[in-house]
Design a protein around this ligand. Structure first.
Ligand code: PMP
Length: 453
């Protein structure tokens, strides 16, 4: 029998939670014990709807029978052996499946175990690609404002979220910053104009520096942790065209957007874009185990292929890369995509979410609602007419999520942007309930603030 108080005390004494100010945790601790479908249950038996897919990765809900079974079956063979110099059966089978479902030019799969590591690998791969070709000057990376690619040094170097990255300034290598075509609060009102402006600035950067740029990294269709920002239509395609014109590699980070989250298997499909390197992670195992992949073309792979003495080897690898349990559950995950027509369902659910979110639009402090499939951001503002933000110190976003928790739903805010990213398996009824909880919580928090003034 677990002693809840002892567990709580122990968590306060020994744990250090990621991306968490521990005084916040100590004031409002939450310890999850189990999950079923899209419901999470804490140690006191309180239930919560999983409004953030357990950080943007759960697909079919928790304790999905087929996924549980796949892990058990693989356990009867082996849990893990190294991929350094030796392949394994599920890693091969999963690579084949990934090649089948990714854009046509993608032909090779390099495994790792988190979104950030898949991005580190993309950076090193792009960098070494040009070195191996003898183009030694092509070493720089272009990144868009508010890009987020994970928390390791390479990933933050090509990231661009001031709040998260500022403190690590001198640890990072320098990258070239280009503007993301932000629509909300943009003095230009026309989306196409916003897109063309951003593309024109990118063109200037590419034109002036193409002989020293290795690659550009983008989060396709929707920027995630940088604020849930949707790209204007045609922007991604425009970036691809500029990459081809100036001989710059296109790295797309599908860690958040991949595997149906935006309504298609990958976000690049919305604009028929063929990346040179693509990273993916979160949904790959249905949200069960830490598998990530960096996918690339045969052309890039071939630049690393040769005799050992040619010094073209890609010197990168992690102990748990290509873990058999993870690959086995990923294979079972994709079987469910086929059997349960998950992508068709996702597109329909995205439409349903869109109509439900309409009910939030009229709230006095909802400034903007942004959505790409089942990926949504709801921005709370002090003044709806001007878009004026709340002072950050008020932590309205954080307070709203605590209120949601009280009312039985979990998510995490990005500043004052509420993230709504339910598992693809959520039913219409569950979606409606979550939107209701969000509306009530937003009202409770923003109206409380008003009466306190
Ligand atoms: N890239 C993107 C676009 C992400 O959204 C994230 C995580 N939110 C990452 C990379 C990092 O993934 P991980 O947390 O698995 O390292």
């Amino acid at each position: 029998m677990i002693n809840n108080q002892a567990l709580l005390d122990s968590s306060k004494n020994h744990l250090w939670l990621p991306f968490t100010q521990m005084t916040d945790y100590e004031r409002d601790p939450l310890i999850i014990e189990s999950g079923e479908g899209i419901i999470l249950k804490d140690i006191n038996g309180k239930e919560y709807l999983d409004g953030y897919s357990s950080l943007w990765l759960n697909v079919h809900g928790h304790r999905k029978k087929e996924l549980d079974e796949a892990i058990k079956k693989q356990l009867e063979l082996i849990a893990h052996s190294t991929l350094l110099g030796a392949a394994n059966v599920p890693a091969i089978q999963l690579a084949e499946k990934l090649i089948e479902i990714t854009p046509e030019k993608i032909r090779r799969v390099f495994y790792s175990d988190s979104g950030a590591t898949s991005v580190e690998i993309a950076v090193k791969m792009a960098y070494q690609y040009w070195q191996n070709l003898g183009k030694e000057r092509k070493k720089k990376f272009v990144t868009l404002s508010n890009n987020y690619h994970g928390d390791t040094i390479g990933a933050i170097s090509i990231g661009n979220v001031d709040l998260f990255h500022r403190v690590y300034g001198s640890l990072m290598f320098e990258s070239i910053k280009a503007p993301f075509p932000l629509v909300y609060r943009n003095p230009l009102k026309d989306e196409q104009e916003i897109r063309d402006c951003a593309l024109s600035e990118l063109r200037t950067i590419f034109h002036d520096h193409h002989d020293e740029i290795a690659a550009i990294t983008v989060e396709p269709l929707m920027q995630g942790a940088g604020g849930m920002n949707v790209m204007p239509k045609g922007y991604l395609k425009g970036v691809e065209e500029l990459c081809r014109e100036f001989n710059i590699l296109l790295i797309v980070d599908e860690v958040a957007t991949g595997f149906g989250r935006t309504g298609k298997m990958f976000a690049v499909e919305h604009e028929d874009v063929q990346p040179d390197i693509m990273t993916a992670a979160k949904g790959i195992t249905g949200g069960y185990l830490p598998i990530a992949v960096t996918l690339t073309t045969e052309e890039i792979y071939e630049a690393f292929y040769g005799e050992y003495e040619e010094m073209k080897t890609f010197f990168h690898g992690h102990s748990y890369t290509g873990n058999q349990l993870g690959c086995a559950v990923a294979l079972a995950n994709f079987k469910i995509y086929d059997e349960e027509k998950i992508l068709e369902q996702a597109a329909k659910k995205a439409e349903f979410i869109k109509s439900e979110l309409e009910t939030l639009k009229h709230l006095a402090h909802v400034g903007d609602i942004r959505q790409a499939g089942l990926m949504c951001g709801i921005e709370l503002v002090q003044n709806k007419d001007t878009g004026e933000a709340y002072p950050w110190i008020e932590r309205i976003g954080y307070k709203a999520t605590l209120e949601m928790r009280e009312r039985g739903m979990l998510t995490r805010p990005l500043g004052d942007v509420m993230v709504f990213m339910p598992p693809l398996a959520s039913t219409e009824e569950q979606i409606r309930k979550m939107v209701e909880i969000m509306a009530d919580s937003i009202k409770a928090v923003t109206e409380k603030e008003k009466s306190a003034v």
